[in-house]
Design a protein around this ligand. Structure first.
Ligand SMILES: [Zn+2]
Length: 435
């Protein structure tokens, strides 16, 4: 039998069911063996260690469903901007960065982004990356991910080139335990319609996720419906404009993507009707650009699955997914705390196709969980609403466990060679199940 250990949480938020006061989570190997008000009987004798998290709220690992780790080097652009730039000016900066950043720089940014994500409690990522570049760094990390190869090109030549690159990248398909591949046609204004079709077909055929930015700005509809506006100027200056390649209107896009309910629509800031597939919304990026109030809450009431993303550091202050959830809770009070926690966990897992193994704390799923230690003075005031407390207070994530391995404990990274909290022997200074 694999090593069995447990945590005793002051509050356990499984997401799949109501929160439990003084809940025990039992871990065997890389999986959750069970949970309940005490250590379930079959595991009591085998359980060597029970970590004391009675001062903490424990919940599933967070899911950042949309980011671009390879743009981490653009953090200074975001930080130095006193007012958000016009969307096309911002796009110009992204393109310039992509063209000039050296491989070692964006690779370092990916590694830093992974580290920052983990510290923020993110254990599953949806990462869109140029040329599939972030894959190797993510495969080596403890974080789970769907890595989306971006495909981009309105002209015939560029579309052909990007498609060949994407196909070569997909052919590297391997059985990485922590990473799956996907495709990301960038946006309706930058992807030739034939390229959209190819990507959609390939994803359906190989059961891959497809993620695309849709309706991020009002200029997009202006371009698709009337072939004019700032996006056309932007594309013309880049030498990337080809009217013949453009999708024929927003309705055509909906019809095209309607064929696959597993398509992930990112942003959707200017859609009135909910899109047919999954939605990922990036609240703080949305706010930074000053877009009008989002309709995600209404769509969730109509059955849409909406997950949260940070987007890249070119538009987000950091990769803190919990900060996104807290932002939603503060600015969209019509959404209840449990629903916001779900957006940050299980909905992200569903959107990325990982719901079978992560997103909730349930027996059989991977032991991916995080803890937030609550200051003593606040503990008494929590009463019966830990979800509200997690979202209302700025308490940081203090402990992170991925696949049954504690990676952050009491806010500190646990080194591979140290006496690991979860594998300490009874009486080794760590609390035992009886202690
Ligand atoms: Zn994005």
């Amino acid at each position: 039998m694999s090593q069995v250990w447990a945590v005793h949480a002051g509050w356990l938020i499984p997401v799949s069911g109501p929160p439990q006061r003084h809940g025990f989570l039992v871990i065997a190997g890389d999986r959750i063996a069970g949970l309940g008000p005490s250590i379930p009987e079959p595991y009591r004798d085998a359980c060597r260690v029970c970590l004391d998290l009675r001062d903490a709220i424990v919940l599933p690992g967070l899911v950042n469903a949309h980011t671009h780790l390879d743009l981490g080097g653009m953090a200074t652009v975001r930080r130095n901007a006193t007012v958000p730039p016009a969307f096309c000016d911002w796009l110009r900066q992204v393109v310039a960065y992509r063209r000039t950043s050296a491989q070692q720089d964006w690779r370092a940014a990916v590694r830093q982004g992974l580290e920052q994500s983990l510290r923020c409690g993110v254990t599953l990522l949806g990462d869109v990356t140029a040329d599939g570049g972030s894959l190797e760094e993510i495969v080596r990390s403890p974080v789970q991910a769907v890595v989306f190869h971006e495909v981009l090109g309105l002209t015939k030549a560029r579309a052909k080139q990007t498609w060949e690159q994407a196909c070569a990248w997909l052919s590297r398909r391997d059985s990485w335990p922590n990473v799956r591949q996907g495709l990301s046609p960038h946006a309706p204004y930058s992807v030739r319609r034939g390229l959209f079709r190819l990507a959609l077909h390939r994803c359906q055929q190989d059961n891959l996720r497809l993620m695309t930015h849709v309706a991020e700005t009002p200029e997009e509809a202006e371009l698709l419906d009337r072939h004019r506006g700032p996006l056309r100027d932007f594309l013309e200056t880049l030498g990337a404009w080809d009217e013949a390649g453009l999708l024929r209107g927003t309705e055509r896009l909906r019809q095209l993507l309607n064929r696959d309910r597993q398509v992930i629509w990112v942003h959707c800031n200017y859609l009135v009707q909910p899109p047919p597939g999954y939605v990922v919304w990036c609240p703080r990026t949305h706010a930074w650009f000053g877009h009008p109030r989002h309709r995600f809450a209404e769509w969730m009431n109509r059955g849409s699955v909406v997950a949260l993303g940070t987007d890249s550091l070119a538009s987000s202050p950091d990769l803190d997914l919990l900060a996104e959830a807290r932002f939603v809770y503060k600015h969209y009070p019509e959404v209840q705390a449990p629903a916001v926690i779900r957006m940050a966990t299980m909905s992200g897992a569903e959107v990325l196709g990982w719901a079978d193994s992560v997103g909730t704390l349930e027996a059989g799923k991977l032991a991916d969980w995080i803890a937030i230690r609550v200051p003593q003075a606040q503990w008494e005031k929590l009463e019966a609403n830990p979800e509200d407390a997690v979202l209302r207070h700025p308490w940081p994530v203090t402990d992170v466990c991925v696949g049954g391995k504690l990676l952050i404990w009491e806010g500190r990274a646990v080194a591979d060679n140290e006496n690991r909290p979860e594998s300490a022997a009874r009486g080794d200074g760590w609390p035992t199940p009886d202690g």
